[in-house]
Design a protein around this ligand. Structure first.
Ligand code: PLP
Length: 352
């Protein structure tokens, strides 16, 4: 044991991110990044901001980005928060609203949630999955405590509709319900407008997936003035300058060139559809997905074998060695060319 660790650090159980190989030989279908680059206007904005002014601290409030988000999402500025990637926003939310309290989330979900619970001393319960790894919404309704879930869920891709989200909000009015919309732009319906009706709703989004900016680290949250104030309390107790100057302006440019991103998102949705058809033809079982990934299994070949054999052939997908989902692989939707290479490799693997 490392004798230098504090009690806090000793008890941490850190998140394991998907592999980020240093060489470029792999087709990366493992961490749900976009296969398409960011809008050219975003790259231009970053270059314009790369000046001597970088010697100065950035605006601690990310005012330009909050303003642009306010126009884009049609929400008042005081109902918006910006953070250094949505993981940071989530961490602040867990600290602000759940530390020392009770929280529920689905058993099969984003694996960072239990990590934050451990860090911030949150007493959490995992809700067992229903049929086909679906979320048991009735147990979220009857929780009477904090509730967190991604919508669409990760790694399953399932979408919960707005009526159900309203029902969950209405039966947990004294606790914060956090909806993590990391994948909302791939065909889902956002509940961001509901923050005007429900003071206990916090919606978190990211620019990492649908806006091709994982390398930039931009996350947003939408919520009542009370909830945004809670996030700011934690932020200003941790790091008052979370978004750097380049990220703030990249975020603005990304919102201003939404047209570009809608095109890329539609392309990914089309490729998802075609990929599902092709994999079903090969005999894969595929969960219905509203995200830029699919969660698949095959009755003839173990998922771990599929993962390993694909990796040997330079195709990376995500495999979770966790009971209940250890016979699935999660495949990020890439370009059509990348999917073709995936199909060829899967055909070979199935032939044995
Ligand atoms: C990718 C992902 C995030 C993290 O996004 P960043 O903004 O890159 O930190 C959060 N939640 C879910 C469910 C994700 O899949």
């Amino acid at each position: 044991m490392n004798k230098f660790l504090s009690e806090l650090a000793k008890n941490l159980d850190p998140y394991t991110p998907g592999e980020q190989p240093k060489d470029k030989k792999y087709i990366k279908l493992n961490t749900n990044e976009s296969p398409y680059g960011p809008s050219p206007k975003v790259l231009e904005a970053i270059k314009t901001q790369a000046t001597e002014d970088l010697r100065l601290y950035p605006d601690p409030e990310s005012t330009v980005l909050i303003k642009a988000a306010s126009d884009f999402y049609k929400l008042p500025e005081e109902m918006i928060f910006a953070g250094n990637g949505s993981d940071e926003v989530l961490a602040f939310a867990f600290a602000a609203f759940y530390s020392g309290k009770k929280l529920v989330f689905p058993e099969v979900t984003y694996s960072f949630y239990p990590v934050y619970c451990n860090l911030f001393d949150v007493d959490y319960i995992e809700i067992p999955m229903g049929e086909n790894l679906s979320i048991d919404t009735s147990l979220m309704k009857s929780a009477s405590c904090g509730v967190v879930f991604p919508n669409p869920n990760a790694p399953t891709g399932e979408m919960i509709d707005l009526d159900m989200i309203r029902a969950i909000l209405e039966s947990n009015t004294d606790s914060v319900v956090l909806v993590d919309e990391a994948y909302i732009d791939f065909g889902g319906i956002s509940c961001s407008q509901l923050v005007k009706e429900y003071e206990n709703l916090l919606v978190v989004q990211t620019f990492s997936k649908s806006r091709s900016l994982a390398g930039m680290r931009i996350g947003l949250a939408f919520g009542s003035v009370q909830l945004i104030e809670g996030l700011n309390r934690v932020k200003n107790s941790f790091n008052s300058y979370p978004l750097d100057r380049l990220a703030q302006y990249a975020g603005v440019a990304a919102l201003e060139d939404n047209e570009y991103y809608v095109k890329m998102q539609s392309k990914i949705i089309k490729t998802r559809k075609e990929t599902i058809t092709e994999l079903e033809r090969m005999g894969f079982g595929i969960l219905n997905s509203y995200a830029n990934f699919i969660f698949v299994s095959h009755s003839m070949v173990q998922a771990e074998d599929i993962y390993k054999k694909l990796k040997e052939n330079n195709v990376l997908v995500r495999y979770f060695k966790k009971p209940g989902i250890d016979n699935y692989v999660r495949i990020t939707i890439g370009t059509d060319d990348q999917m073709k290479i995936l199909f060829q490799n899967l055909e070979k693997i199935l032939k044995g």
